[in-house]
Unconditional design. Structure first.
Length: 355
């Protein structure tokens, strides 16, 4: 256990060694499937060394031609096998106490989360089915519109559809987090007002700091926080207008989110893995193909580009959280506030939703 760090919960991240052969082979895919990601000895060792306590990993259908429901069930089963294959290192998180238990036992808690809700189909009973299988976070949309509402890149900026409202209610009943990352502004506002439970934006930035569609307006941030929800700031290029985000940008967005939401509603959702790419030049060569494929499929967001790393260049690797703690302390944040931002706020939100 990294006793030099507070409890750390990554509200959206990855547990993967991107340098492994399987991960490299899948690197040009629109989004990697769970069985193409490599949870190997290095990925686990790096997660331990970083001080990570728990991470919400993306599984299930996000985009593409795979059958959403069947693919999602297969990925849940895949992650169940991964966790079963690593006893003593990984713990499936189904309740908030599993996060604190993971820290006490020097394990990495794995939270099952979706980044789309297309896999619900037209059958709202699937919300409870997925919850029974251990899914604890469901993001309503990706960048495009779906049958629940509009994503951040949908030009109409419509709110929730009638089915979307019913889906939010079903997720509330199943005690699953309703995640509004990637959603359009009106979809986010509608969901926050419709939900009978607090909602979250697990990985985002602040539109008032950097005016890009993937970032959230102060109105969205304030409403989510006022209703007991959670906002996670990512380590992504959308934090800087030129797409070359740095650690100082992460701190600036965290500080703004705290000003708008209060220090009890904000945390981190890096949208990345602890293990870093060993060969940035080789990765840069693949990046243009990857971003071109996303643009061609209509799933890219404004701010992505062939020369834009999808991570913060000076917040990578096993020291990323230590670096962030140091920068937040230099910003004047108290140790109590830092502990809240690194993990306690997500833990408190999880207690409100999962029990």
């Amino acid at each position: 256990m990294s006793t030099d760090l507070p409890l750390i919960v990554n509200a959206l991240g990855a547990l993967d060694n991107p340098n492994a052969e399987t991960s490299l082979a899948a690197a040009n895919a629109l989004i990697q499937n769970s069985d193409e990601m490599t949870v190997d000895a290095r990925a686990i060792a790096d997660a331990h060394a970083s001080g990570l306590t728990a991470v919400n990993v993306t599984l299930g259908y996000v985009m593409g031609d795979l059958p959403p429901y069947e693919h999602t069930l297969a990925e849940i089963a895949h992650w169940d096998r991964v966790i079963a294959d690593h006893p003593g290192d990984l713990r499936k998180v189904v309740r908030a106490a599993d996060i604190t238990d993971a820290r006490a036992n020097d394990e990495i808690g794995v939270i099952y989360g979706f980044q789309n809700a297309v896999q619900l189909g037209d059958d709202l009973s699937r919300a409870q089915e997925f919850a029974d299988l251990g899914v604890r976070v469901v993001q309503l949309t990706y960048n495009r519109a779906n049958h629940l509402g509009d994503g951040s890149m949908a030009p109409e900026n419509r709110g929730l559809t009638p089915f979307g409202r019913e889906a939010v209610a079903a997720l509330n009943d199943a005690r699953v987090m309703v995640d509004l990352s990637h959603s359009g502004e009106n979809t986010c506002l509608d969901a926050a007002r419709t939900s009978t439970a607090p909602v979250s934006i697990n990985h985002t930035g602040c539109r008032a700091v950097t005016d890009l569609p993937r970032n959230k307006t102060d109105e969205e941030l304030r409403l989510v926080a006022a209703r007991g929800g959670f906002v996670g700031i990512y380590f992504m290029p959308y934090l800087a207008p030129d797409g070359q985000a740095r650690a100082a940008d992460v701190v600036e967005h965290l500080a703004h989110a705290v000003r708008i939401c209060g220090e009890d509603a904000v945390g981190i959702g890096t949208d990345g893995s602890v293990t870093t790419y060993d060969d940035l030049d080789a990765y840069r060569a693949r990046l243009a193909d990857h971003t071109a494929a996303r643009a061609a499929a209509g799933v890219a967001a404004t701010g992505e580009g062939p020369d834009t790393f999808p991570f913060v260049i000076d917040l990578r690797g096993v020291d990323q959280f230590r670096t962030l703690v140091r920068l937040l302390e230099e910003k004047g944040f108290s140790s109590t506030r830092v502990e809240k931002l690194l993990g306690l706020n997500f833990l408190g939100y999880a207690e409100r939703i999962w029990g």
